[in-house]
Design a protein around this ligand. Structure first.
Ligand code: SF4
Ligand code: SF4
Length: 252
């Protein structure tokens, strides 16, 4: 497996949005029209023009005190990406999986026929990809593959001033994540790493996943429902063996 990974230490994030802006700058993506909804959340959601979004959530801790949690959200670059299998059923080679880095990359051609009506959570257990409503093209973070292939880090990682965003060889990132988890658990016993075996963007959360956002970890039933739509020939041995396979509902 190896390749590259991110380690995102949420205990250090200050919600400065440097990563969000750096992503827009590198990808030359336009600003969004936003509005004040009584929160610092801006914009409200991922979109075809916002591939990286810092989510804000106000929660009450066990002592009853209010706390902001911040979640810089992006594509997780899954080890076995269901979106790749789903989209490639509609258009072959629409999505590629870079063998050297593990980056999941949507090619320019991921524009599906207008008759195909898909929602992001039908493709992705983390609800990440978004369709450009003007062009019909599906899009998401591509790990800044152009930068990484030149030996640079993704733009969001380069911009992060607090050490929240880290990027490097997967083994090194897993080691860093494991050490930080051990340290954080001393003061926050419920701390955990979000799906580290399944994804290349590994978040360290200091409290429950729901304290951050709605799709911090993938739900087994959701993953199973997505894989159930993938043709048997395109399912992997791994999904088969882990029971994320159903004969009943497959297309074609
Ligand atoms: S997080 Fe979602 S969009 Fe990203 S690779 Fe995994 S399934 Fe695809
Ligand atoms: S740049 Fe770093 S500290 Fe700032 S919002 Fe992004 S992850 Fe958090």
């Amino acid at each position: 497996m190896n390749g590259k990974s991110f380690f995102v230490d949420l205990t250090l994030c200050t919600a400065c949005r440097g990563c969000q802006v750096a992503c827009k700058q590198w990808k030359d993506l336009p600003a969004e029209q936003t509005r004040n909804v009584g929160s610092h959340q801006n914009p409200q959601d991922l979109s075809a023009h916002t591939l990286k979004l810092v989510r804000f959530k106000e929660v009450r801790d066990k002592k009853g005190e209010l706390r902001w949690n911040f979640f810089p959200e992006q594509c997780r670059h899954c080890i076995e990406p269901p979106c790749k299998y789903m989209l490639n059923m509609y258009k072959s080679n629409a999505v590629t999986h870079d063998s050297k880095t593990g980056a999941v990359v949507y090619n320019e051609s991921v524009t599906l026929s207008k008759s195909v009506d898909l929602a992001p959570d039908q493709l992705c257990p983390y609800n990440v990809p978004r369709k450009n409503e003007e062009t019909g093209q599906w899009t998401k973070c591509d790990m800044c593959i152009d930068r990484v292939q030149q030996g640079l880090k993704p733009a969001c990682v380069t911009a992060c001033p607090t050490g929240t965003m880290n990027f490097g060889d997967r083994d090194a990132m897993l080691e860093m994540a494991g050490k930080r988890l051990e340290a954080v658990k001393k003061t926050h016993p419920n701390a955990f790493l979000a799906d580290p075996e399944d994804v290349r963007v590994i978040y360290l959360c200091q409290s429950d996943a729901d304290d951050y956002a709605s799709h911090v970890v993938a739900q087994a039933a959701h993953k199973q429902a997505i894989w159930a739509q993938v043709r048997p020939a395109e399912q992997t041995r791994r999904q088969f063996l882990t029971g994320q396979f159903k004969f009943g509902n497959n297309r074609g």
